[in-house]
Design a protein around this ligand. Structure first.
Ligand SMILES: [Ca+2]
Length: 337
């Protein structure tokens, strides 16, 4: 995941027509990123930066070299102005890494997508021993793409987005609960090619939204929002998405938004992605944004300038898409727009 020496990121440097107010949002001062360090990677698909105590760490999920999904995914520690590798862990088509803490313990969950033949394989949770991560728990997953950790009151949960098994994309994704010693299965949720979970809280109610990517024939299917009823997650709202890859929840002042990254519809990657706004009871469409095969949204603030959602959202394109036919895997490139 090297960073280009040329400026590659312009904050919201794309024109968006706000249909309600006919404003043309375009920043005048682009942010320029310069290369500070290059790390060797093997088809990186996910990365996370996190703290353990005073240490700053970086974990990168190395997906595949195009031939072999069994690869080392790498963990780095920030030392004297750069990231130094401290550990490699064997992963199988690793798509996502999620770092989280429970009490004094720090964990890293890795989502293993496929070993090259099977999608029904174990994903791994590691625990920090003070120096490196040690194998802690294996969890059977199906084409796992993403882990999401979250907390409700004093309870800790992990949700995995299972995208497929060897028979198709209609597989349950699963929510696990920490029982004090390990994670145990709490709830199975029927999903369709799930690629992402996002957890958020509105007015003391807890929600999960899943990105249902495709059913194997159609990209335009419903993604779903679930609400915590005190003991489990129940259906709350369906939203039609198009090859959805990612949801991000964010707030601007008192407004609450969900943005979906729509990847494609049929053969075309020219598909609008959408921002939804909470109307007090449900999310309704706030704005559509023309996108081309994006995988990810990131929300951030720049100089407190976040009056407009489109000023504060960054779209990230990663190609190619995960394919169910593993013979078509090729090395991903990351292209921040
Ligand atoms: Ca997300």
């Amino acid at each position: 995941m090297s960073i280009s020496e040329k400026p590659i990121c312009n904050v919201a440097d794309y024109r968006v027509e706000d249909r309600s107010e006919k404003k043309d949002y375009q920043t005048t001062k682009p942010i320029s990123l310069i290369s500070v360090q290059t790390l060797p990677t093997i088809g990186p698909y996910g990365a996370t930066v996190f703290n353990i105590g005073k240490n700053l760490l970086l974990a990168i999920a190395n997906w595949s070299d195009g031939k072999n999904n069994r690869q080392y995914s790498r963990i780095y520690k920030w030392k004297e102005g750069k990231f130094e590798e401290i550990q490699g862990v064997i992963t199988y088509g690793a798509c996502g890494v999620e770092a989280f803490t429970i009490g004094d313990s720090s964990f890293l969950a890795v989502a293993n997508y496929s070993d090259g033949k099977n999608f029904s394989i174990d994903s791994d949770i590691y625990r920090w021993n003070g120096f490196v991560f040690e194998q802690f728990q294996k969890i059977p997953t199906n084409g796992a793409v993403c882990w999401r950790s979250f907390q409700i009151h004093h309870d800790h949960f992990l949700a995995v987005a299972n995208s497929c098994n060897n028979f198709g994309n209609r597989v349950d994704s699963v929510i696990y609960k920490w029982n004090g010693d390990r994670f145990i299965e709490m709830q199975q949720i029927p999903t369709i090619g799930a690629l992402d979970w996002e957890f958020f809280t509105i007015d003391n109610h807890r929600y999960l939204v899943v990105a249902n990517h495709a059913d194997g024939e159609q990209d335009s299917i419903n993604s779903k929002i679930y609400r915590w009823n005190g003991t489990r997650f129940v259906d709350n709202q369906e939203i039609l998405t198009h090859g959805a890859h990612d949801w991000v929840y964010f707030e601007i002042k008192d407004k609450k938004f969900l943005a979906v990254a729509n990847f494609k519809q049929g053969d075309s990657c020219n598909i609008d992605s959408a921002i939804y706004c909470w109307n007090g009871g449900r999310f309704e469409l706030f704005q559509s944004i023309p996108t081309h095969g994006i995988h990810n949204w990131e929300f951030f603030r720049h100089n407190q300038d976040y009056d407009s959602p489109t000023k504060s959202l960054k779209k990230i394109t990663i190609r190619p898409i995960i394919r169910r036919n593993n013979t078509k895997n090729s090395i991903n490139s990351i292209n921040n727009e």
